[in-house]
Ligand binder design. Sequence first.
Ligand SMILES: Nc1ncnc2c1ncn2[C@@H]1O[C@H](COP(=O)(O)OP(=O)(O)OP(=O)(O)O)[C@@H](O)[C@H]1O
Length: 297
Amino acid sequence: MTTVIQAKHLTKVFGNYKAIDDVSFEIEENKIYGLLGRNGAGKTTIMHMITAQLFKTSGELHVFGEDPYENNRVLRQICFIKESQKYPDNFKVVDVLETAALFFPQWDGAYARELIAEFKLPLKRRVKKLSRGMLSAVGIIVGLASRAPITIFDEPYLGLDAVARTIFYDRLMEDYALHPRTVILSTHLIDEVSRLLEHIIVINEGKLLLNEEADSLRGRAYTVTGPVAKIESYTANKKVIHSEGMGGYRSATIYGSLVASDQKTAEALGLDITTVTIQQLIVYLTSDLVRKEVTLR
Ligand SMILES: Nc1ncnc2c1ncn2[C@@H]1O[C@H](COP(=O)(O)OP(=O)(O)OP(=O)(O)O)[C@@H](O)[C@H]1O
């Protein structure tokens, strides 16, 4: 596996606020990553350092083995699509595509036109006259057609309706299969994208909370539901990351794989067992209450 981004003890301080605190991770070639976390966790700050829009305070950051700052050789290999992308006032959709064609070495103009038709975008309309969702579609089209070896989508779909989001996910998967590259998706719609993600990095309050293959996270927690006394007996000595009650019933989410012996015990107690989605798992793990009580691994 080739590493395309390497962060070691990466730290970013704004004034006296540590937005990124000693974070280390590697991003490999030709994989789809989810960069996830709550509002203000530090995801955009990391993406801005990778794309040389912010200086790191300390630590190391290498992109394709080099420092990304003022390094055009590296930056032309990265396409960064963000929700708040600004375009010059007089730009029409067609101007955005033509500018992207000049910048990205692997740009595919024919594919961009196909996507324009699919998202029903008016090529000759000024970008500032587009609806919120149409503006997001422009970013998505640039991100896909750039075929950049590192393509980063930071909450790319503000205002995009469910149909258009599905088009984005489907096209991303198809095009990624034909033209593998590294994709980093940062989003709060985790359930929607979780089937696309191969590896998940979770940032919480500026620190690295999880850095794992998505498949290994899929079976990482489960929920048991049943009468309070039986739940209490079952969960003794287990890491409960979420719990809620209703009348005499309680449900408890347990951090850990459901091994055969535990499954037998739960069944013998008559408890219902349900799986936990990656989104639920991340919500529980990043909630303040849980982090105080549970130390991961
Ligand atoms: N230029 C800046 N000056 C001061 N503080 C900043 C600056 N940029 C970001 N921050 C702070 O750093 C923290 C991380 O912000 P960041 O935008 O990276 O979060 P995020 O994970 O992308 O959040 P969201 O999901 O809401 O987009 C926040 O507390 C934010 O207020």
